[in-house]
Design a protein around this ligand. Structure first.
Ligand code: SAM
Length: 291
C-alpha cells in the first residue's frame, strides 16, 4: 500500500476491514501525525553517511505506519518485530509491496538481537526506531544498550516522564539510576514532545521522541563496579553520600571518607548530584575500599 498510513480515516478503515480489535495491554496506540513520523525518521537518519547501507530495526510496527515512513525516508532495509500475530493479514496488505521490509512475528523482549546483528553487514549504519509500547520501554532499551550492540542510535517514542528521566542532568529531581544507565552508553536528547492527539486511540499520557546516540566515555573503571556504586549512591536519596555508601556497602565512616577523598568528592553531597565522571572516579577506587 503506497498511500500514507497515518491518516485517521485510513487507520479506521483498515482496522474495520480486518475486524481488528485494539489491545490496550499491548500499547496499541497508532500514530496519526505525519510531522511526528518525519521527526522520528529524520532523527534516526541524523549523522548517517549519505552513501552505504542504512538499516532500521523497528519494534512494534502496528499497522505499518512508521515502517512505511522509514522506507520512504531512505532506509534500505527495515526489520520489524511485532508480537501480535493477529496483525499478519493487515500488515500483508499495508507492507506486502515493500521488498525492503522484513517482518518477524516475535516478542521483542525475547528476540535474539545478538544473532540478528551477527547476520547484518558490518559496515551498515543500524538504527533502532519505534513508537514503543510503554510497558517494554526500559527493559528493551537497557537490553539493547547493555549488550553493546553495534547500533548508531535509538530513536523511540516513550512516555514523556521516562524521556525526562533519561536525559536528566545531575541535581534535578528526575536524575536517577535510569539517567546514569542510559547516559553511560548513549548521548541522550529529547527530539520532540508529542501530545496524545497524535495517536489513535488517544493515550492518557503525554509522549516524547527520544534520540540515544551510542557513545563510549572511555571511563577508566570497571563497569560492574560503576553500576554497584550508582545503585548504592541512589539507594537513599535524602542522605549524604558518606552515610549512604557506608550503609549500602557496610563500611565504617572513616573508610568511606578516605574513599571519597581519594576520588576527590565531598561526602556531604547527595548521590543525585554526582556526574557520570564522578561516579567513574568513585568506581575506579571501588575494589580498594569495598570487599
Ligand atoms: N508503530 C506503530 C505506530 O507507530 O503507529 C504502532 C505502535 S504501537 C504504540 C506499539 C506496537 O508494538 C503494537 O503494534 C503492539 O502490538 C506492538 N508490541 C507490543 N508489545 C510488543 C512486544 N513485546 N514485542 C514486539 N511488539 C510489541
Amino acid at each position: 500500500m503506497k498511500q500514507p498510513l497515518y491518516q485517521p480515516r485510513i487507520v479506521s478503515e483498515l482496522l474495520k476491514r480486518h475486524s481488528f480489535v485494539i489491545k490496550k495491554s499491548l500499547g496499541q496506540n497508532f500514530l496519526v501525525d505525519g510531522h511526528i513520523l518525519d521527526s522520528i525518521v529524520d532523527a534516526a537518519l541524523e549523522g548517517a553517511p549519505s552513501q552505504g547501507t542504512k538499516i532500521a530495526i523497528e519494534i512494534g510496527p502496528g499497522i505499518g505506519t512508521l515502517t512505511q515512513a522509514l522506507v520512504k525516508g531512505g532506509f534500505d532495509r527495515v526489520i520489524t518485530i511485532e508480537k501480535d500475530k493477529r496483525l499478519q493479514p493487515l500488515l500483508q496488505e499495508t507492507l506486502g509491496d515493500y521488498e525492503e521490509v522484513d517482518i518477524r512475528f516475535e516478542d521483542a523482549l525475547q528476540f535474539d538481537f545478538e544473532h540478528l546483528f551477527s547476520q547484518l553487514p558490518k559496515d551498515a549504519t543500524i538504527c533502532f526506531a519505534a513508537n514503543l509500547p510503554y510497558y517494554i520501554t526500559t527493559p528493551l532499551i537497557m537490553h539493547v544498550v547493555e549488550y553493546r550492540l553495534p547500533f548508531s542510535r535509538i530513536v523511540v517514542m516513550v512516555q514523556k516522564e521516562v524521556a525526562e528521566r533519561m536525559v536528566a542532568r545531575p541535581g534535578g529531581k528526575d536524575y536517577g539510576a535510569l539517567s546514569v544507565a542510559v547516559q553511560y552508553y548513549c548521548q541522550a536528547k529529547i527530539v520532540t514532545v508529542v501530545p496524545g492527539t497524535c495517536f489513535m486511540p488517544k493515550p492518557d499520557v503525554e509522549s516524547a521522541v527520544i534520540s540515544l546516540e551510542r557513545i563510549d566515555h572511555g571511563f577508566d573503571c570497571d563497569q560492574v563496579a560503576f553500576f554497584r556504586v550508582v545503585r548504592g549512591a541512589f539507594a537513599k536519596r535524602r542522605k549524604t553520600l558518606e552515610n549512604t555508601l557506608a550503609m549500602e556497602f557496610g563500611l565504617a565512616k572513616p573508610v568511606v571518607r578516605t574513599w571519597l577523598q581519594t576520588a576527590g568528592i565531598d561526602g556531604m553531597r547527595r548521590g543525585e548530584t554526582l556526574s557520570l565522571q564522578e561516579f567513574a572516579l568513585l568506581s575506579k577506587h571501588f575494589e580498594q575500599f569495598v570487599s
